[in-house]
Design a protein around this ligand. Structure first.
Ligand code: CUO
Length: 675
């Protein structure tokens, strides 16, 4: 409990010197023993100020230290909102540190970690403070827990030899191949996927002070980031011979998919509750959450009615049209829902969050067994469960319904006069690899997950976990672009669209559009005449490198520059680079590699004069810190709305600024050790 707030190994072992008054009574007699343990080999001691005003933490009393904390739970969100407000209100950095140190030991640890990280991400004076990745703070939420026992045994004998310990996290530990859904476990249970999702919700909270919640196009980004996850998941299903997921559009029939997470809760050392196959969802009526299925259905119908009518109504009956630009943003904030940004939360309710709640309590809806929520109750773990994708598939279908009501894009919106893309290629490496054949395989990597495990001081920095994840061979895009005009700027938009489903049957343009996977988006300068555009797959605007999803191994890691240190902050938000490509299959799964160069004069955004953030590289999914979303077009353009042509070939035939080529993704079922 007295572990330092900043456990960064970049500066060696850091200890906070807390005033006596910060200890709770429980430790008052133990403080010498406890602080001795942490004062061994200390490299840096940080004296903590007395607090000018000790805060009254009664508002958080309803959430005990051993209860699970859920961002989907209204009461928990309200508590988090107050705590974030408290943290944001600390008058200076020293008082903020003191406040964090004081509250850390008095509050639910998951509530604390979330609110503390939100504050760090948003306070101007903590711009340079890294946010420790959630997989390192609460590793038990990410990996199979029996490995911790191995790790502790190892730690007990490691002594001072300093030798590194590998603990192997097994693959496929949640189900056998009797369960078809298990074929997607490598995706659902990926550490990078789940830490991205946690980080996204950290950057885009639904409650708290306005300056934290009210971000440019946040509702639209809620739609788009989750829409892209669904597109990727469906394509991943095709690659694994599974049919497209069925949206969970009926809460009154049994849910065939069961899920047994096996991971440990961070607060009470129990495993997360499971959901058996064919579970019927029920009204939730518990002290910590209550919601009727009928209420969620009522909200659903009101939202759908608003989409059909083309406008929403606020509490006084004023109407706002759901137009082609702002409509999706209004709907995103209203459906998620953010109580402070929803146009009318009384009437349109809290559809998406309460769906999470009903599903997460399906195993014990009235708390008769004293069980807490399952993985769907927590943004850290929700993406592990197959039902996450079915629920979000339903939410996505509502957004898609709205988009389908809008006119198809027209020539003026899609075209870019005088610019034609004449050649498209994606190729692995520099050598003579075959163009347009990309490769995936398994890779064994290591990450330090020990920050959140108490192995004792001697093992600090010496335990890391090896796990196996999908990987893709890096590749380069090459596009030839002819510019028949003067020098100008364009936005290069790269997507891959699945060509066939799991039965190898061709997909219609409408399906290709809804499952188009954004790969990259960047600005290009076009000189008059011929231009060659080259771009590395590792530069993608949707993904972040492995090193940002996970702390690099080893105590010796030293960020080389402030720039590099900065990447550890906003930085955890972004799709993991190792899942940039879908898995493909052994024969080579067929895709359309689609490229469009759009007219930058219709894309550009006048940004405020805030400092650039070195970390905000996955801007397609995460936006830019303290700036506007850097693309004026609606997210997903040009695939977010219907298209005027019968198929993709006709579309690229009609618009010279677009082109496509056949792409194959070949999966090689082999594990490669990271060099
Ligand atoms: Cu991200 Cu439902 O919004 O989990």
């Amino acid at each position: 409990p007295l572990e330092p707030v900043f456990t960064t190994r970049d500066q060696g072992k850091v200890v906070l010197e807390l005033p006596d008054s910060f200890y709770t009574d429980r430790y008052r007699n133990d403080t010498v023993a406890v602080s001795n343990r942490f004062s061994q080999d200390v490299d840096l001691k940080i004296p903590v100020q007395e607090l000018a005003n000790k805060p009254n933490l009664d508002f958080a009393k309803k959430l005990g230290r051993k209860n699970q904390f859920s961002l989907f739970n209204d009461r928990h969100k309200e508590i988090a909102s107050q705590l974030i407000t408290l943290f944001m209100g600390a008058p200076n950095l020293k008082q903020f540190v003191a406040l964090a140190a004081y509250t850390k030991d008095r509050l639910n640890p998951v509530l604390f970690q979330y609110s503390y990280a939100v504050a760090i991400a948003h306070r101007p004076d903590t711009r340079e403070v890294p946010i420790t990745n959630i997989s390192q703070v609460f590793p038990s939420n990410f990996v199979e827990p029996s490995v911790f026992r191995d790790a502790r045994e190892e730690a007990a004998v490691i002594g001072d030899s300093g030798e590194r310990i590998h603990v192997d996290i097994p693959r496929n530990y949640t189900a056998s191949d009797r369960e078809d859904e298990q074929r997607l476990a490598y995706f659902r249970e990926d550490i990078g996927v789940n830490s991205h999702h946690w980080h996204w919700h950290l950057v885009y909270p639904t409650t708290g002070p306005m300056e934290v919640v009210n971000k440019d196009r946040r509702g639209e980004l809620f739609y788009y980031m989750h829409h892209q996850i669904l597109a990727r998941y469906n394509v991943e299903r095709f690659c694994n011979n599974l049919k497209r997921l069925q949206p969970l559009n009926n809460l009154r029939i049994e849910v065939p998919e069961g899920y047994f997470p096996k991971i440990l809760s961070s607060v009470n050392n129990r495993t997360y509750p499971a959901r058996v196959s064919n579970q019927l969802l029920k009204d939730v009526d518990r002290e910590d959450a209550s919601i009727e299925i009928g209420e969620v259905e009522r909200w659903r119908d009101r939202v759908l009615a608003a989409i059909d009518q083309g406008f929403v109504e606020d509490a006084s009956g004023n109407r706002t049209p759901l137009d082609d630009v702002r409509g999706i943003d209004i709907l995103g904030n209203m459906i998620e829902a953010s109580p402070v940004l929803s146009i009318n939360s009384q009437f349109y309710g809290n559809l998406h969050n309460q769906g999470h709640t009903i599903i997460s309590f399906a195993h014990d809806p009235d708390a008769r067994h004293l069980e807490e929520f399952g993985v769907m109750g927590d943004v850290t773990t929700a993406m592990r469960d197959p039902i996450f994708y079915r629920w979000h598939g339903f939410i996505d279908s509502i957004f898609n319904k709205f988009k389908a009501r809008l006119d198809p894009y027209n020539a003026a919106q899609l075209g870019f006069d005088g610019v034609s893309v004449t050649y498209v290629e994606a190729k692995i490496g520099k050598g003579n690899a075959r163009p347009n054949t990309l490769l995936t395989y398994w890779q064994k990597s290591s990450a330090d997950l020990a920050a959140g495990l108490d192995f004792g001081p001697s093992a600090d920095g010496n335990i890391f976990a090896s796990f196996t994840h999908l990987q893709n061979a890096p590749f380069t895009y090459t596009f030839n672009v002819t510019n028949n005009g003067t020098r100008r700027t364009g936005t290069c938009r790269i997507f891959i669209c699945p060509k066939v489903d799991e039965r190898n049957q061709p997909l219609r343009l409408e399906d290709q559009r809804l499952m188009a996977i954004e790969m990259d988006k960047f600005t290009v300068e076009l000189l008059p005449g011929e231009n060659t555009v080259r771009r590395q797959s590792t530069e993608s605007s949707v993904a972040i490198p492995f090193e940002r999803s996970f702390r690099p191994i080893g105590a010796a890691y030293q960020p080389k520059a402030a720039d590099e240190l900065a990447r550890f902050r906003f930085c955890g938000c972004g799709w993991p680079q190792h899942l940039l490509l879908p898995k493909g299959n052994a024969q080579g799964m067929l895709f359309d590699l689609f490229v469009m160069i759009s007219d930058y004069s219709q894309d550009s955004v006048q940004q405020p004069n805030t400092p650039n953030d070195a970390c905000s590289t996955a801007y397609s999914f995460c936006g830019l810190k303290d700036k506007l979303y850097p693309d004026r077009r609606t997210m997903g353009f040009p695939f977010d709305r219907r298209l005027p042509n019968a198929n993709l070939t006709e579309l690229v035939g009609a618009f010279q600024n677009m082109a496509k080529t056949d792409l194959r993704i070949v999966f090689n079922d082999r594990v490669v050790d990271k060099p």
